[in-house]
Design a protein around this ligand. Structure first.
Ligand code: B12
Length: 457
């Protein structure tokens, strides 16, 4: 049916590739690639394949060539994770090109946030044999089974594959992810990822305990999850945290969920269990300001629980200081006064607020930008002094503000190669001037160790 099927049955290894992310010079916070840990887990748990995981943030191209020397003969496929921006696509194409130049290269399948929004365009690239749209927990085992002859390719959820007579498409891959947690840590050298994070603890690791988000921020990729939310139970997170403590001496955990507090009962149960079991842990997580207001409305004193259980920092996208932008452009479901109120509450509990802003929304006026910088100053009057980080608005495909940006004259790349050059640190829109970029950079003030230039979201 296709050249892929009929791979020698002895091939039993899936190579997973997380390409390097280019960041500020000497950026330290490269964290474990949970995208691929999530994809690897069912392959291993269900005995479908052995997995090797190559993290380009920890290993260079020579290490990749060595891995190919050793494992390519045995590989059933190479799975690549890419997000838009950050140079990942360029690194992916370089490393996949090296694999493809070898005669024994198996099919290469791309997945991840970029694929989830620009699947067709990605699938057109000559180095890409197939793409899998959506969460990989379900699609990747099906794809590997199909390559090994146990399933038909057209049954693989989320599949798009180029063929001479038009693309082959599998059924939709639903956005709810299901399985999470108890990640296959043995695929990584965990010690390489432990960071001395001044806002959390000297031995901090990252962790993902949920996927999806229920809010509607108009610039955000999470909308592609269609507001479907999957999350681990509180007790399972605690058990995983304890395992990382026991095995690796981890003293702090930084949750990188899109919004760790979507399920407030889960958040409260996590805090309670940490307190009741006397677990010595510092932790940080992402939060939407409305989560705190929801907790208040239901009589849940979530901030006290967070502080009492070692929660040291809350990361919150504030986005703008202008009520018009918050309401009409971002749809943040909160106004400037509401944000100040929530931020004051966070500070009053002794928790470090880390607030991110976006400058350069389509249609945003200079006066509205001034309001954003003014809000930053107001927030910095709080104690403990919050961190602030300013991002330049970059239109990300698949979001409502991307469509709006096109209407206002933004010209997007038209190929995977074009997206490979999409640099999020530089202005991407015709309405963002060099002066705006300079001013945005001066708004970022983060707490980093002296040795660590570069700041961490
Ligand atoms: C950690 C993180 C980073 C880390 C990098 C990761 C690392 N290991 O070091 C850092 C901090 C470096 C980073 C940087 C950036 N990031 Co980032 N990051 C994240 C974050 C917070 C978590 C990623 C994660 O682990 N998710 C959990 C996993 C399980 O989900 P996942 O990655 O989506 O993977 C699932 C599916 O996509 C799919 N899948 C993924 N890979 C593969 C591969 C195959 C083969 C298959 C089949 C399936 C598959 O299956 C997985 C399981 O369901 C996400 C937001 C989020 N919570 O997801 C943003 C996110 C991925 N980042 C994003 C972006 C845009 C960036 C930046 C480019 C810009 C920015 N705004 O921050 C920068 C790069 C800076 C630069 N130099 O330009 C966007 C991507 C949007 C897009 N269209 O691609 C996200 C989604 C945030 C957002 N809401 O906008 N990031």
């Amino acid at each position: 049916m296709t050249a892929f099927l009929g791979l020698p049955a002895r091939r039993r290894t899936v190579i997973l590739l997380y390409p390097k992310v280019d960041h500020e010079k000497d950026y330290l916070y490269f964290w474990m690639p949970f995208s691929l840990l999530s994809v690897a887990k069912p392959l291993i748990d269900d005995g479908i394949a052995d997995v090797v995981l190559f993290d380009g943030n920890q290993n260079d191209a020579r290490a990749w060539e060595r891995l190919l020397d050793e494992r390519l003969d045995d590989a059933v496929c190479i799975g690549v994770s890419v997000m838009t921006g950050g140079g990942q696509i360029a690194h992916a194409l370089d490393l996949v090109g090296r694999a493809k130049s070898r005669p024994n290269c198996p099919p290469v399948v791309f997945g991840g946030p970029h694929v989830n929004v620009l699947a067709e365009q990605t699938a057109e690239h000559e180095l890409v044999d197939a793409v899998l749209v959506g969460p990989g927990q379900r699609s990747m085992p099906e794809f590997v089974r199909a390559l090994l002859g146990g399933q038909r390719l057209e049954e693989v959820a989320g599949l798009i594959m180029r063929r001479p007579d038009g693309p082959l498409r599998g059924p939709d891959n639903p956005p709810r992810t299901g399985v999470m947690g108890k990640y296959p840590w043995h695929l990584l050298n965990i010690a390489d990822y432990i960071r001395d994070d001044p806002t959390v603890a000297p031995r901090t690791l990252n962790y993902i305990s949920s996927q999806g988000c229920v809010y509607k921020c108009q610039f955000c990729y999470e909308l592609t999850y269609q507001r479907k939310y999957s999350a681990m139970a509180a007790h399972d997170i605690v058990e995983d945290v304890l395992e990382l403590q026991r095995a690796h001496g981890m003293s702090g955990v930084k949750f990188y969920d899109a919004d760790w507090f979507v399920n407030l009962k889960r958040a409260a149960a996590f805090c309670d269990e940490i307190i009741e079991r006397g677990i010595d842990l510092a932790w940080a997580a992402s939060i939407n300001p409305n989560d705190i207001r929801k907790a208040r409305r239901s009589g849940l004193d979530i901030l006290t629980k967070i502080a009492a259980s070692g929660g040291s920092r809350l990361l919150m996208g504030v986005e703008s200081g202008s009520d018009r932008v918050l309401r009409d452009v971002v749809r943040k479901e909160i106004d400037r006064e509401g944000i100040l109120d929530v931020a004051a509450d966070i500070a009053d509990h002794g928790i470090l607020g880390s607030y991110t802003f976006i400058i350069g929304f389509p249609g945003e006026t200079t006066a509205e930008q001034d309001e954003t910088y003014d809000l930053m100053e107001r927030l910095r009057e709080l104690t403990p002094t919050p961190e602030t980080r300013v991002h330049l608005f970059a239109p990300y495909p698949g979001t409502p503000l991307y469509a709006e940006s096109l209407r206002q004259g933004f010209e997007p790349p038209s190929s995977l190669e074009g997206w490979a050059r999409y640099d999020y640190y530089e202005s991407q829109t015709p309405w963002t001037s060099a002066a705006m970029v300079e001013r945005a950079r001066s708004g970022t003030r983060m707490k980093t160790r002296p040795a660590a230039s570069g700041s961490c979201p």
